[in-house]
Ligand binder design. Structure first.
Ligand code: ADP
Ligand code: MG
Length: 253
């Protein structure tokens, strides 16, 4: 049964999508069968794998609104062992459209249930908000993985995020757990990055991954080539660090 991990943080630009793409790709490289679902209307995970956002195929929007079977939205073998369900700007309207759907918080969960046994991991890339889409992702998920950018305001919003996770756990998904926190965009040349890591460790009782993702220009370049980092530049520090994170995630299973 696939473990479903929602990558969430209501802040934008903290490395959710970069983590969704590259953690998924490194899990697949390690031989795991992976399904990535892009749940952000910006569709950056979709384009990061070199796929079109023109909506010519079924996307997560049709899946969530129960307009198609989840199997008809899966694009297979985008890279070896890795399938994806894409997203595009239409998804921005889903919040409103979902009002008419019964059990709307469970829409994604019930779709995923149909294909769960085909995968080892199902990775959900959430939008930068605590919206109905993120609630759908957390309801469908076994765990939430929170990327935290190594910057001064790192802890801001974290209390609210953990509150939302607890609320979903209480009302919608009693099994939900915090997978862990991963630091991203660590800059070893500055004291600030180190201070942020130590400050978060002091303030957060949660599981924190040993792997810290460094700031690496190759990670920022890879999406414009439509490739995950392990394929774009297999020996880069970005690729090495996401391989280590994948190994840690597999170790938690
Ligand atoms: P989010 O999905 O949380 O909004 P992204 O993953 O899109 O965040 O990252 C925001 C920006 O930072 C993107 O331009 C991305 O390429 C860049 N970025 C993310 N992680 C790194 C990193 N470790 N090193 C360098 N650039 C990064
Ligand atoms: Mg994103």
């Amino acid at each position: 049964m696939g473990r479903t991990i929602a990558i969430a943080n209501q802040k934008g630009g903290v490395g959710k999508t970069t983590t969704a793409i590259n953690l998924s790709a490194c899990l697949a490289e390690a031989g795991q069968r992976v399904l990535v679902i892009d749940i952000d209307p910006q569709g950056n995970t979709t384009s990061g794998f070199g796929l079109s956002k023109d909506g010519s195929n079924n996307t997560v929007y049709e899946v969530i609104l129960q307009e198609c079977n989840i199997r008809d939205a899966i694009i297979e073998n985008v890279v070896d062992n890795l399938d994806i369900i894409t997203s595009n700007v239409n998804l921005a309207g889903a919040e409103i459209d979902l009002i008419d759907i019964d059990n709307r918080e469970y829409s994604l969960k019930s779709a995923i249930t149909e294909v769960r046994d085909q995968y080892d991991y199902i990775i959900l890339d959430c939008p930068p908000s605590l919206s109905m889409l993120t609630v759908n992702a957390m309801t469908a998920a076994d765990t939430v993985l929170v990327p935290i950018q190594c910057e001064y305001y790192a802890l801001e919003g974290l209390t609210q995020l953990i509150h939302t996770i607890n609320l979903v756990k209480k009302k919608l998904n009693p099994e939900l757990e915090l997978e862990g926190v991963v630091f991203t965009m660590y800059d070893s040349r500055t004291n600030l990055s180190l201070q942020v890591v130590e400050n978060v460790k002091d303030n957060l009782q949660e599981n924190i991954y040993k792997t810290i993702i460094p700031r690496n220009i190759r990670l920022a370049e890879a999406p414009s080539h439509g490739l995950p980092i392990n394929i774009y530049d297999s020996k880069s520090s970005g690729a090495e660090s996401y391989r280590m994170l994948a190994a840690e995630v597999m170790g938690n299973k």
